[in-house]
Design a protein around this ligand. Structure first.
Ligand SMILES: Nc1ncnc2c1ncn2[C@@H]1O[C@H](COP(=O)(O)OP(=O)(O)O)[C@@H](O)[C@H]1O
Ligand SMILES: Nc1ccn([C@@H]2O[C@H](COP(=O)(O)OP(=O)(O)O)[C@@H](O)[C@H]2O)c(=O)n1
Length: 239
């Protein structure tokens, strides 16, 4: 028997390497729901900024790039796609240049305004089509969907997060060391938490889940429990 279907929005927020993408994708897939990776959208705008030769700190020109690009973010948990002007950029947006520049680009209020509007449209369409969606990012519970049925804020020790991210980078052919990754993780944590607009922080009504000593299966089980407790899982008659 399947796990049943998700009804409503699950918002998953938290810093880098806490397991948001992995857990969100698995949760959505196991509950017949859609999945939205909002970080991929900020990364795609950043890639376009870099390709245009624009300084990520130049808010005016960054806004111009964000206004003119054609960004399409998919919501299929089995195959989460990101395209820029019709071309798949799923690999390029994970590169170190984008990771280095993404925080300043994400701090530009006009960029956030454009992307939040697009995210809300994707979420509305997913609720209409599939009934449920798992959305992950930094401001989902606080700004994008403040009335989400379930908000979870994932945390983990910085060291554990850096180890996970380094393993992931090395597995996808990007050489990095734990020390360098730890420095990057801490730099982005500080930048994302201290920006003026939509800083990274838990929503007041979010459930905090520390994933430091949980494996992915453990994180997924905790999330399924929370979905269940909130009555967000609908089991089809005879299912
Ligand atoms: N609880 C966990 N235990 C072990 N590895 C994990 C755990 N959560 C995530 N990972 C691994 O860490 C890496 C980063 O996870 P990811 O889901 O991309 O984090 P985030 O989206 O929060 O940045 C991935 O390779 C993932 O498989
Ligand atoms: N909802 C979101 C999602 C991401 N972001 C920004 O986008 C960056 C990349 O997000 P991500 O989720 O892809 O990053 P990782 O944690 O996976 O490395 C973050 O460091 C934030 O600066 C944001 O500002 N708001």
């Amino acid at each position: 028997m399947g796990l049943g279907e998700l009804r409503g929005v699950v918002a998953l927020d938290g810093p880098s390497g806490t397991g948001k993408s992995s857990a969100a994708r698995r949760l959505a897939a196991s509950l017949g729901a859609r999945y939205l990776d909002t970080g991929a959208m900020y990364r795609a705008v950043t890639l376009a900024v870099l390709r245009a030769g624009v300084d990520p700190a130049d808010a005016e020109r960054v806004t111009e790039v964000a206004r003119t690009l054609r960004l399409v973010q998919g919501s299929d948990p089995q195959r989460s796609t990101t395209t820029l002007d019709g071309t798949d950029v799923g690999t390029d947006i994970r590169g170190p240049e984008v990771t280095l520049a993404v925080s300043p680009v994400s701090a530009v209020p006009q960029v956030r305004e454009l992307l939040v509007a697009q995210q809300r449209a994707i979420i509305a369409a997913a609720l209409e089509d599939a009934g449920g969606i798992v959305v992950e990012g930094r401001d989902i519970g606080t700004v994008v969907v403040p009335d989400a049925e379930l908000k979870v804020y994932l945390t983990a020790d910085a060291q554990a997060r850096a180890q996970r991210r380094t393993r992931q980078d090395n597995a996808s052919g990007r050489t990095s060391t734990v020390d360098a990754t730890l420095a990057d993780v801490q730099r982005r944590d500080a930048y994302d938490s201290s920006r003026a607009v939509s800083p990274l922080r838990p929503a007041e009504d979010a459930v905090e889940l520390d994933t430091t000593s949980l494996d992915l299966a453990g994180v997924l089980a905790a999330l399924v429990d929370l979905v269940e407790q909130r009555g967000l899982r609908v089991v089809a008659v005879g299912g």
